[in-house]
Design a protein around this ligand. Sequence first.
Ligand code: SF4
Length: 483
Amino acid sequence: MSKYTPEAFDAQAHDALNDAQLRHNFRGAMDYLREKRYDAFPDAAEEKAVRDRAEAIRQRCLSKLPDLLEQLETNCTRNGIQVHWAETPTEANTIILNIARQHEVKTIVKGKSMVSEEVGFNHFMAEHDIRCFESDMGEFIVQLDGDTPSHIIMPAIHKNVQQVCDTFAANIEGFEPTLDVDQLIQTGRNAMRKLYQEAEMGLSGVNFAVAETGTLCLVENEGNGRMCTTIPKVHVAITGIEKVVEFLSDVPPLYSALTRSATGQHITTYFNMISSPRKAGERDGPEEVHLVLLDHNRTQAYQDEELRKTLQCIRCGACMNHCPVYTKIGGHAYGTVYPGPIGKIISPHLLGIGATKELITASSLCGACAEVCPVRIPIPDMLLRLRHESKQPPNPGAKPLQGQQSAAKTLESAAVRGFRLLATHPTLFHGSAYMATKVRNLIPNHLGAWTQCRVHPTPAKASLHELMKQRQSAQIAAAKGEK
Ligand code: SF4
């Protein structure tokens, strides 16, 4: 399990900011990814068209989500894929554990799946004596470290080549230290290769689940996803309920938006479409395919028309690569499976606002995330909404969000109420402004965390109104003098 928690965000962010190596690693990696994305969208008009289309598809599919999920289940079942519904992470893990037990599974080899991170899959299986091995290179590295991913598409992006070499040296028997990237990758590959044959079960995520055909699409660059889903005799795919799309023709535009935004690629090395278990006469493929559809409070976001936009996400990571907060502190500091801007708006649903209230304020609201999001999620608007919900009770008749009002502070509420009173009563406002200019030397220099990296505000000797009055009086006097 992760040693980082969202509740400890402040301390973790401070630690990250003081880690010069970490900042250097992120700086280089983020600059690289941003450039790749810019190169992939050389034409602004075409970029706009790609994003328009991707946004429209995601919005249409979400508007029909309940029906599409039923259609997906029907068509997957018709194809021989067994569909399971999980409301909570524990339910998802238990479903997969039961499948594993039916097949006497001792070893599971995993492709990249952020949802499996979300449900704490490896930890749960280890508690039941089932070994899980990561086969994505980045995930493999963080698993050797006993760590968690720091980015949703590049899990080990917080490490440089030397650090990866050190990890291999500490964990892989017979490894000859090298800084040659190809040799490092080959070392990882060799270590994984036999796991595919040993594993009785393969686990993967899903990028797009097509309701029309009952097809599971997987986007990847390493080929490990294909190995995980074809070599072991049982394949389990796990995904959030929002990943369903209506038509097969919805996939290419979303795929293009995803890969160009994520890694600047027009197409990935592998694109897998899984539509059934192995059929008679086929030479490879699993004997059983299962699909686990996880809710984990996604329906809370879904029920609110504004917050529903959170579920448009196609997990490209572009918002993270462009976020001035994420690029300085990296992913671990957030203490959540999904870090960065997308993490700040999805985690309050998954974990509750109470646990994540620090995250929703950790944004300058600069809007860089929304400018690059291929499906145009208005992340700053979502953050403002969640900040509001973290302090205010729900509207009459509305269902409270999990952890609603958990960030409400009596003093702060009183201050806001007081300011509202002043701002709506001119006489009171002018009186208090006048007093503030007179007692300016009594205002404390240290106003908590706010003044740690800012100069505290000192009211001017005279308010703007007073200055204007003085100027007006001087002008009138001058005019009289001229006469
Ligand atoms: S919120 Fe947008 S930019 Fe961020 S990961 Fe999701 S799709 Fe990509």
